[in-house]
Design a protein around this ligand. Structure first.
Ligand SMILES: [Zn+2]
Length: 80
């Protein structure tokens, strides 16, 4: 009897950015995105205000990412 753990296929999700199928695995740091590029594109959309969750406090990690994105773009509109 073979008790392999390979009989279970990894859960597959569609990348929110490009809709490519991506395996949901612990070794994919970009999940649910397929790549760092797609994740960065989505973060950029958040920073631009394309996505907004009203009344939901942002996670510290997200705020830091936004600050970094703004700093890279030279956008310091928060000071206005
Ligand atoms: Zn993608």
């Amino acid at each position: 009897m073979n008790a392999t753990s390979d009989t279970r296929r990894p859960l597959q999700v569609a990348c929110p950015q490009c809709r490519k199928k991506v395996a949901w695995r612990d070794d994919n740091p970009f999940r649910p995105f397929c790549s760092e590029r797609c994740r960065t594109l989505d973060l950029g959309a958040w920073a631009d205000g394309s996505h907004r969750i009203a009344g939901e406090p942002a996670m510290d990690e997200t705020e830091i990412d936004e600050m970094i994105l703004r700093a890279e773009r030279g956008d310091f509109s928060e000071r206005e």
